[in-house]
Write a protein that binds this ligand. Structure first.
Ligand SMILES: [Zn+2]
Length: 117
């Protein structure tokens, strides 16, 4: 339903994300946590309504969950794009997304992946 709109908004995303700083990572995580909370609330609401009326129409509520899940998936993709900005906790060396190793190239300290889930 909203897939065409989604594609349009997603199309311009990659470019603007390039200039985003690592502080957006925590921002995105907050937004994802918010959407996940809302999904739980809608799930609870569906449960309540179903209990009251098992033959009711819950497609709008389900579509709301689907929308939020899509948003979460999109934000997680953004997080993965930002994931490249890793900083060594020991020496402070910064690594971009082209650096694929799990250890700091400067001091050998293990680089922690950003917590994405
Ligand atoms: Zn290091």
């Amino acid at each position: 339903m909203a897939s065409i709109l989604d594609k349009i908004t997603n199309a311009g995303k990659g470019v603007s994300d390039m200039s985003k700083s690592a502080s957006d990572t925590s921002n995105l995580k907050k937004k994802i946590a918010y959407e996940q909370e809302r999904i739980q609330e809608v799930m609870t609401e569906i449960g309540k309504q179903y209990y009251a009326n098992p033959k009711g129409d819950y497609s709008a509520l389900c579509a709301d969950i689907d929308d939020r899940k899509r948003r979460i998936a999109s934000m997680k993709a953004d997080l993965h794009a930002l994931k490249g900005l890793r900083v060594c906790g020991k020496c402070g060396m910064k690594f971009d997304d082209k650096y694929q190793f799990g250890f700091c190239g400067n001091c050998g300290n293990k680089l922690a992946d950003l917590d994405l889930d």
